[in-house]
Design a protein around this ligand. Structure first.
Ligand code: GYE
Length: 326
């Protein structure tokens, strides 16, 4: 009986191995990548509605052109369902590697698994997927910033600027995305150190400027006593600044605005005294991604997380950084 069960399991494993791509590792681990002169790389972008996304896409396209590698580019236009379809189409086109900027944590797990099953290594670019999928096993690595740390740095900056006293409105990023989850968690965690700082309302503005403006408008009406706004990105912070001005308040004086990214309009708002600080989140990840592909094909060990080294912009350095911002 035991023997039969073993035979059955062995046969199942064989059928499974035969049905997936030849480059899938025998141990069920990461697909391998052969060393070649050029690669066909898929890049699945999540949306293109803000300067951060455009700067990221530009850095990927530039690096592909520089190396003479083929790029298959898709834009999911803010839809997780379209993004899953985009990845499936890249699998059908037999790309060598997939760079995936996943819109949300959970809905993109099946896309990662489908690529793995097809023998195509995946690199997560700028956002993570749900931790059921593991780096080094289901995908190669995550390249991007520490979002929990970004939230903490924003909280610490605000604590200093307000002497630890603030009534805060929080504008969250895309619901279910890793930067929104982690920036919320990091900020909340750090706030425990400051008993007189309180978030009185927190709502998603989907990382978009106009949505941020609309949500800020509603929340400011409900909480006219707010003294600070924490936005998960500059686009929403700029929307909030417009909402503050429309409500007859002075951003930077009546209400302190703190944010994340460091895009050009954000840095300009700091120069203008309307935004207090923006914790940098570097979108120029293309060169790192292509270097990781090359190293992996050579058989080098790739770290599970290739972390960005991010700065912080405030009135002390904004003017000096304006020219290099995107
Ligand atoms: O902060 C935001 C963008 O995923 C880290 O997404 C990225 C975030 C970035 O739309 O502006």
């Amino acid at each position: 009986m035991k023997m039969r069960a073993q035979l059955f399991l062995g046969a199942c494993a064989l059928i499974l191995a035969a049905s997936v791509g030849s480059s899938l590792a025998a141990d069920g681990g990461l697909p391998k990548l052969k060393e070649k002169k050029t690669y066909k790389v898929g890049f699945s972008q999540t949306e293109s509605n803000n300067p951060w996304r455009l700067a990221e896409t530009e850095s990927v396209k530039q690096e592909a052109a520089k190396r003479g590698w083929q790029l298959v580019y898709t834009d999911a236009a803010g839809s997780a369902a379209k993004q899953v379809a985009d990845v499936n189409s890249m699998i059908a086109q037999q790309v060598d590697v997939i760079l995936l900027a996943p819109r949300e944590e959970k809905p993109l797990v099946p896309a990662v698994m489908a690529a793995k099953k097809a023998g195509i290594p995946v690199i997560l670019l700028d956002r993570r997927v749900d931790p059921v999928a593991k780096p080094g096993r289901d995908y190669l690595t995550f390249i991007g910033s520490d979002f929990v740390e970004e939230g903490k740095r924003a909280a610490d900056w605000l604590a200093k600027a307000t002497n630890g006293k603030a009534t805060i409105i929080e504008l969250e990023g895309t619901t279910g995305s890793s930067p929104a989850n982690d920036r919320h968690a990091g900020f909340a965690e750090e706030l425990k150190k400051y008993p007189d700082m309180k978030v009185v309302a927190s709502q998603s503005g989907d990382f978009a400027r106009d949505k941020g403006r609309q949500v800020a408008e509603t929340l400011l009406q409900a909480h006219p006593d707010a003294t600070a706004i924490y936005a998960h990105n500059d686009e929403m912070a700029l929307g909030a600044i417009a909402a503050l001005e429309a409500a007859g308040k002075k951003p930077g004086k009546d209400v302190t605005v703190v944010s994340i990214d460091g895009e050009k309009d954000g840095v300009q708002a700091i120069v203008d005294g309307k935004m207090g600080c923006s914790v940098e989140c570097n979108p120029r990840l293309g060169a790192k991604a292509f270097a990781a592909i090359e190293a992996y094909a050579k058989g080098e060990t790739i770290p599970e997380w290739i972390k960005s080294d991010d700065h912080l912009f405030d009135s002390s350095n904004a003017a000096a950084n304006l020219a290099s911002a995107y």
